[in-house]
Design a protein around this ligand. Structure first.
Ligand SMILES: [Zn+2]
Length: 392
């Protein structure tokens, strides 16, 4: 293990500064400003830095686009990508970072935002280390996507030509610095709009068609078939959840409408389709089974929407190989793994850029116990530097 030119104190300063910036999903403008300022101080030219129009294409509720920085190479080599999302979950609002022993924690009862400001800070540190030390490096694109937390929106909307067509990428959004996420799952959301018929619940209940009863029968049927929660059918695995249920106006009125939303996940896109199909048919059967005295039944409009597709990279894939070599070069054992969640990397891989996801010392995501392990974070900064060496 050779000594690293990464300045550990500077790396920690970048982390603390970026953790202190508020930027929940859809409101990343202050994060863009903070990262841009740091990159210019690190030696990036203004002309390398821009934001795209992803927010405009996403519509209301998104104030700024993805931050994209294209560093020209100092050696002739294919362009590579480093990415880390800028948004944090709502729990991180008002977070005030503090160093406590070998960890960075939030002072109050909030999340910290190490997911994923630790990734953003590691990338800023990489740019600073390369530029200040004039280290030879390939052409590098730094991407800071918006709106990862509520559906990987920024990475889905980014145009690859705006990234300068990198051949492979390294996404930072994980825990231990030896982690290399080589696969993740598919996910879909669904909405079920149930239409029944209202009537007086005491005088004429038989004339009504209860949307609430339809929803209950549908959910019970999905669970009885073994398609609720953790799903295991032979070798096939998945999950499903109902997230929201809204309906009804009054206790003395048969409920005439109800809207349910939920999500399903699987590492197998084919099995995900099967899970969705079971949901759809269960709602439709339930709607048909609730009949009033005039022989009329309820209706349901079931709408699934794909969120992201599963991927699994081969160990021979260059980005997997290089990430493993970089982890080994700093004296750690690479830990390739497949995640039970979605990542910006799902969108990159789906669109044809092979991308692994690496850890940055950030732990207990989305809880008030979130922290960043300072040593692990600084090690992750070294992994990034090694990757840039290996790609030149
Ligand atoms: Zn994240």
């Amino acid at each position: 293990m050779q000594s690293s030119p990464t300045n550990k104190d500077r790396a920690l300063t970048h982390l603390l500064d970026l953790l202190a910036v508020e930027g929940p999903t859809g409101q990343e403008a202050q994060v863009v400003a903070a990262i841009t300022k740091k990159l210019i101080a690190a030696g990036c030219k203004k002309s390398w830095i821009k934001t795209d129009d992803a927010h405009k294409r996403l519509g209301d509720g998104f104030e700024i686009g993805n931050l994209i920085v294209q560093l020209p190479g100092t050696v002739k080599a294919p362009r590579i990508l480093f990415s880390a999302h800028m948004d944090t979950v709502p729990l991180c609002k008002g977070a005030a970072p503090a160093v406590k022993g070998n960890r960075v924690v939030a002072k109050g009862k909030t999340g910290l935002g190490g997911d994923d400001r630790s990734g953003c800070a590691a990338i800023v540190t990489l740019a600073e280390t390369l530029l200040k030390n004039k280290l030879p490096h390939p052409p590098i694109t730094l991407l800071f996507p918006i709106a990862e937390e509520n559906g990987l929106h920024g990475s889905r909307m980014v145009r690859f030509k705006d990234l300068g067509n990198p051949v492979m990428g390294f996404n930072l959004d994980g825990q231990c610095p030896n982690e290399i996420v080589i696969g993740a799952m598919s996910a879909a959301r669904w909405t079920a709009k149930i239409t029944g018929r209202s009537s007086h619940a005491g005088l004429e209940p038989h004339k009504g068609i209860s949307a609430g009863l339809i929803a209950s029968k549908a959910m019970a049927s999905i669970a009885e078939k073994g398609y609720f929660g953790r799903i295991e059918k032979g070798k096939r695995r998945g999950t499903s959840n109902v997230g929201t249920m809204h309906g009804g106006d009054a206790n003395n009125q048969v409920m005439d409408s109800m809207v349910l939303t939920g999500e399903c996940r699987s590492h197998s896109p084919a099995f995900l389709e099967q899970i969705i199909k079971i949901h759809k048919t269960s709602f439709e059967q339930a709607a048909r089974s609730v009949v009033n005295d005039a022989g009329k039944c309820g209706k349901v409009k079931f709408t699934p929407r794909s969120d992201y597709r599963a991927f699994k990279l081969k160990k021979s894939e260059p980005c997997v190989r290089i990430a493993s070599q970089a982890v080994e070069a700093i004296g750690l054992k690479p830990n390739p793994l497949v995640m039970d969640a979605g990542l910006d990397a799902n969108n990159f891989n789906e669109k044809g850029i092979p991308v692994v996801t690496l850890g940055t010392g950030s732990h207990n995501f989305h809880t008030v116990d979130e922290y960043v392990d300072i040593k692990e974070y600084q090690t992750a900064c070294d992994v990034l530097l090694q990757i840039s060496h290996l790609c030149r």
